[in-house]
Design a protein around this ligand. Structure first.
Ligand code: ATP
Length: 280
C-alpha cells in the first residue's frame, strides 16, 4: 500500500563501474511507500549495487545516473556528502549480511546503542544506557547487562542483527535497506530477525527493501518482489505462482521448497532466459 508521497521514487537508474560496457544496474524504476519490497536475483544481478546507489555508498569509480532518485520527495543525487552522512543511519539505514562490520569494533554494544540514543534525543548518559537496555530488551536479547559489556566480535551474527535493529528503533529510519540480513545466520534465528525487522518498519511506517537471493523467503515476507537479471528488473511479482519469466522460474526451482523434497537441482537455462529478456 502506498502512502500519498512515496518514500523512495526511482526512475531509470543506471550504475556503471569504471569502463564496464554493461551497467551493473540498467534502467531500473521503482516506487516504494510504507511497504516491504523484495529484490531478488542471482549473484551479480545488481541487487546490492541498487541498494548502495540509493544510500550513495558506492566507490568513486561508480557512475550513477537517474531521471529521478528522490527520498521523501527530495533528490538524492544532488545532495552533498555531508547531507548524505546526515541521512545515513538516521532517516535511511542499511543492514548488511554481517552486522559486525556495521558496528563499531572498539565500542561495547551498550556504549554504541546508548550513543545512538543520545544522537536522537537530549538525555543524560545514565538515561541513554537505560534506554539502550530497554531497546535491547525489545529486540529480545535475553542477558541484557552481559551483552551490553561485550564488543561486536564477541557476539553472534543473530545478536548483531538484533543490536542493529535496536539502534534503528531509536533512530526510526523511513527507509531500511536490508542486504542479505539473514543469510549468515543460523536457520533457527532467521525468522526471529525477520519478525523484528517487520516490527521495526511497521512501527515507523517505513519502507523496507529486502535484498536476497532467496526468492521463496522474500516472497513469503514482502508485499512485492522485483526480480533482477543482468542489472534489469525483469519481473515484479506479488506471489510466486504468477512468475512468468523463465529466469524467475529458474530461481524458484533453484531454491529448495521446505514443503517439497527436491530430487534434482534445477539449472538455469541461459538461452531461454536471454530469449525471454530480449522479448521484454
Ligand atoms: N566495486 C565494484 N567495482 C566494479 N564492479 C563492481 C563493483 N561492485 C559490483 N560490481 C559489479 O556489478 C555487478 C553487480 O554486482 P552486485 O554486487 O550488485 O550484484 P548482486 O546481485 O548484489 O550479487 P551478490 O548476490 O553476489 O551480492 C557485478 O557484475 C559486479 O561484478
Amino acid at each position: 500500500m502506498l502512502v500519498d508521497q512515496p518514500i523512495l521514487q526511482i526512475r531509470d537508474l543506471s550504475v556503471r563501474f569504471g569502463r564496464a560496457k554493461i551497467p551493473a544496474v540498467n534502467g531500473v524504476s521503482l516506487t516504494v511507500g510504507a511497504e516491504r519490497v523484495g529484490i531478488v536475483g542471482e549473484s551479480g544481478s545488481g541487487k546490492s549495487t541498487l541498494g548502495r546507489a540509493v544510500m550513495r555508498l558506492l566507490p568513486p569509480a561508480a557512475r550513477i545516473e537517474a531521471a529521478t532518485m528522490d527520498f521523501e520527495g527530495a533528490p538524492l543525487l544532488t545532495r552533498s556528502e555531508k547531507a548524505m552522512r546526515g541521512l545515513r543511519g538516521n532517516r535511511m539505514a542499511l543492514i548488511m549480511q554481517d552486522p559486525r562490520y556495521s558496528l563499531n569494533p572498539v565500542l561495547t554494544v551498550g556504549k554504541q546503542v546508548a550513543e545512538a540514543a543520545t544522537l536522537h534525543q537530549k538525555i543524560s548518559r545514565k538515561d541513554a544506557y537505560a534506554l539502550a537496555a530497554d531497546m535491547l530488551g525489545r529486540v529480545r536479547i535475553a542477558d541484557i547487562e552481559r551483552t551490553m559489556a561485550l564488543y561486536p566480535h564477541q557476539i553472534s551474527g543473530g545478536m548483531g542483527q538484533r543490536v542493529m535493529i535496536a539502534m534503528m528503533l531509536l533512530s526510526k529510519p523511513r527507509l531500511v535497506i536490508a542486504d542479505e540480513p539473514t543469510s549468515a545466520l543460523d536457520v533457527s534465528v532467521r525468522g526471529d530477525v525477520l519478525r523484528l525487522l517487520d516490527e521495526l518498519v511497521r512501527e515507523n511506517a517505513s519502507a523496507l527493501l529486502l535484498i536476497s537471493h532467496d526468492i521463496r523467503m522474500v516472497a513469503a515476507f514482502c508485499e512485492r518482489v522485483l526480480v533482477m537479471y543482468q542489472g534489469r528488473v525483469v519481473e515484479t511479482l506479488t506471489k510466486l505462482e504468477d512468475a512468468a519469466h523463465p529466469y524467475t522460474r529458474g530461481l524458484i526451482a533453484a531454491m529448495p521448497d521446505p514443503k517439497r523434497p527436491v530430487s534434482r537441482l534445477q539449472v538455469l537455462d541461459r538461452r531461454a532466459i536471454n530469449e525471454a529478456g530480449s522479448a521484454l
